[in-house]
Design a binder for this molecule. Structure first.
Ligand code: RP5
Length: 169
């Protein structure tokens, strides 16, 4: 059977970023959203990054998630070459613990938006959820799963609260 066409393209600047970006992949898989993860660096392979960004819309991609560390230009470069929504994941680590990547990713000049999430794994998971929310606007199956996901989280808090309150009695 032919593989379904990806709706979300995930790009990272280096193989060292893959474990973090896998958190976004896990969320997309949980929501049944076809996705494709690959590596392209804004600095080391600028032409590959450009090609992937510029060609994404024609391939049926609806959202691009781009993650990089240090002087992280990947999400910005990708946003410059597509009209698709681009979510940026600043990678942690390095001498500045990801603060450099956060500022490089979030501080885009007016006109070239990158929806930037938090540094590292939590941010990557949220980028997956944001992509699901964007797709959920026009896909009722995803929208239903998002509602169920929020209900599950609320139930977990209720459970934890009940346990801690019972413990205090
Ligand atoms: C960035 O430099 C990559 O996104 C990565 O987070 C960081 C370090 O890359 P490696 O030296 O591990 O390949 O471009």
């Amino acid at each position: 059977m032919a593989k379904a066409k990806p709706r979300v393209l995930l790009l990272v600047g280096s193989a060292s970023d893959i474990p973090v970006m896998k958190k976004a992949v896990a969320v997309l898989n949980e929501f049944g959203i076809e996705n494709e993860l690959t590596i392209a660096s804004a600095h080391r392979s600028p032409e590959r990054a450009l090609k992937l960004a510029a060609g994404a819309e024609k391939r049926g991609i609806k959202v691009i998630i781009a993650g990089a560390g240090l002087a992280a230009h990947l999400a910005g470069v990708v946003a410059a070459h597509t009209s698709l929504p681009v979510l940026g994941v600043p990678m942690g680590g390095g001498p500045l613990q990801g603060l450099d990547a956060l500022l490089s990713t979030v501080q885009m000049p007016p006109g070239v938006p990158v929806g930037t999430v938090a540094i590292g794994e939590g941010g990557a998971a949220n980028a997956g959820l944001l992509a699901a929310r964007i797709l959920g606007l026009s896909d009722p199956v995803i929208a239903k799963k998002l509602t169920a996901h929020r209900a599950r989280m609320a139930a977990l808090v209720e459970e934890a609260a009940a346990a801690v309150e019972a413990d205090g009695k």
